[in-house]
Design a protein around this ligand. Sequence first.
Ligand code: C5P
Length: 236
Amino acid sequence: MANKNPIIAALDVPTVEQALRLAEQLAPAVGAFKIGKELFVSAGPDIVKRVRATGASVFLDLKFHDIPHTVAKAVAAAVRLDVQMLTIHTSGGSEMMRAAEKSAQDTAKSLGLSAPLVLGVTVLTSMDSNALAEIGCAPNVGRHVERLATLAANSGLRGLVCSPLEIADLRGILPAEIQLVTPGIRTGAEKADDQKRTLTPREAMAAGASWLVIGRPIYAAENPRAAAEKILATLV
Ligand code: C5P
């Protein structure tokens, strides 16, 4: 999918009504909407179709992690919902990643659709070196991110989710065509919250991001549409 507008607005709101109101308001000003676990589990798969009906692309962020067969089936179901991006955990291993990518390609082809971008999630930003050591990994977050990112690229994935502070390092080691999607974006105008290591939209794009996932700076703004337009204006 082409990303003339790299803003992915996270629909991190609890109800269908709020999500649809936001989506209708924001559709002309953003490149895609992210639907995460809370909204998907409470609203059901129909929410994807209803958001797609605004004309916008959908990023289904359910972070699949299971045996290859099960992930392939879940990816196929997501393709049938007509999502344009979705996430899987790279720690599921190369066989799982290959199965996910193949399922995305094959299912899309059989339906006459473009294959969605299957994005690999590396190390969750909630994990530090102690948490990695606890699960038996070498206690170095940066190294583990690089290792999983390289494995993802070698397993055929065409994109990854990463923290804004990982973009530059990953751009140094990954093929240029790999798309990098980054949350942790702050403009500087909003209240402090739980995001600790952030970049501005412009900084993240300059570092090599392909897409920016932006939640509160847009949906919690007094005028979400104006907030999205203001961010977009900083990128041209
Ligand atoms: O409101 P905010 O802009 O922080 O929202 C960022 C979105 O990206 C949320 O949906 C959040 O769950 C997601 N995310 C994140 N950091 C990660 C992975 C995902 O903020 N490391």
